[in-house]
Write a protein that binds this ligand. Structure first.
Ligand SMILES: *[C@@H]1O[C@H](CO)[C@@H](O)[C@H](O)[C@H]1NC(C)=O
Length: 359
């Protein structure tokens, strides 16, 4: 017995030294919001909102980021319209280049009073716009990044923009207001692009494909009197790899409290610029889980396990929902698909969970 036990301990110690971890816990990063992760060749790449610049991180592991390499790929010069509040960066490979799309504004969310006075409610975000940086080269790590310019949104509020690809066409989907000085609600708008930095459709062709209409898209929950703090934002394209169904997963309600959640649009027609070709799910598809102290979960992006067999979501959430934006941390979980082809997101939590297949 003693000899067998000793042997077993030896084997166990050997296993610990040479095998990678089989589980992980959330969060995968202790601070940060609006995570955007993708896999390219043998690496995962991650960027997220840090307010001051765009940093790119890379790791061989989807869930291990504490010792990841990092580099700054965009540092704005001061005094420009895009110098502050750098939010929600994403990096897409389109036609052989890396396109960094992000939100920025000129002066830390504080427009002059003679601009702000036009808004129906307070609207510090009135000067937020979308901007593009391009990276030349096939490898996102060694690519040479340079500022490309603004992505036109008709000189109106625009945040959380993403590229949406359908057929041969490229679209910009972003969080928008109906009119220049609305303040609220924040809707989802779509415009057509002729390339990743050029809007091809006129203002009259801009379409609103989602507004915060349900109780869970408003803040506070079910707010009846007006649309203040009611948001649709953080849109992300998600394609069912088996059926080809196209989804737009977005964030709803308000990012600084427990009710932030994910909503779902499905493209059920042929034309993303036709609002009636989108079908909205009447309930949130990913939302707070108080029994595990997982609150304010949203702004997801999507990637796969190293062997490509599993779909993973990377999102932010809060353990303490009472302290606003600074409480957000970055998390990852596996998700599946329902029989009707829609994504089946898990309940948010902290694990431990199995690491991605092949990690
Ligand atoms: C900066 O933003 C303001 C307000 O949107 C706009 O009127 C102005 O043309 C912008 N400046 C440049 C150089 O784009």
């Amino acid at each position: 017995m003693t000899k067998n036990l000793a042997f077993a301990i030896l084997v166990a110690v050997g296993t610990c030294q040479h095998s990678p971890q089989t589980t992980f816990t959330n969060p995968i990063l202790d601070t940060g919001a609006d995570p955007w992760m993708f896999r390219h060749d043998d690496y995962y790449y991650l960027t997220y909102t840090n307010n001051v610049n765009v940093k790119l991180f890379r790791s061989k592991s989807l869930t291990q980021w504490s010792d990841a390499e990092s580099k700054t790929i965009f540092q704005p010069v001061p005094g420009m319209n895009y110098s502050t509040d750098i939010w929600a960066p994403e990096i897409h490979q389109i036609e052989g280049r890396w396109w960094v799309i992000f939100t920025a504004d000129p002066r830390n969310d504080s427009p002059p009073p003679e601009v702000e006075m036009w808004c129906e409610y307070s609207c510090p975000a009135v000067h937020h716009r979308m901007y593009v940086v391009v990276g030349m080269g096939n490898d996102p790590w060694t690519a040479q990044y340079q500022f490309q310019g603004q992505l036109e949104t008709y000189d109106q509020f625009a945040i959380d923009g993403t590229y949406f690809r359908h057929g041969d066409h490229l679209y910009h989907i972003y969080s928008c207001w109906y009119r220049k000085y609305d303040g609220w609600p924040a809707n989802l708008c779509i415009t057509k692009l002729s390339n990743p930095y050029t809007t091809a459709s006129r203002f009259s062709e801009r379409q609103i494909i989602s507004v915060p209409e349900y109780a869970w898209e408003k803040t506070p929950f079910g707010r009846a009197s007006n649309d203040r703090l009611s948001s649709n934002e953080g849109p992300q394209q998600l394609t069912n790899p088996t059926t080809g169904q196209e989804f737009l997963i977005y964030s709803a309600a308000r990012s600084d409290n427990r009710n932030y959640c994910l909503g779902q649009l499905e493209l059920v027609g042929e034309d993303p610029m036709n609002p009636s070709d989108w079908r909205k799910h009447p309930y949130p598809v990913f939302y707070q889980n108080p029994s595990e102290s997982a609150f304010g979960v949203g702004h997801a992006s999507f990637t796969t396990s190293p062997d490509g067999s599993e779909d993973w979501m990377v999102y932010h959430g809060m353990k303490d929902p009472t302290n606003g934006w600074s409480a957000r941390t970055i998390r990852a979980q596996k998700f599946d698909w329902n029989d009707d082809g829609t994504p089946n997101f898990p309940k948010p939590g902290y694990g431990p969970y199995q690491v991605p297949n092949g990690q």
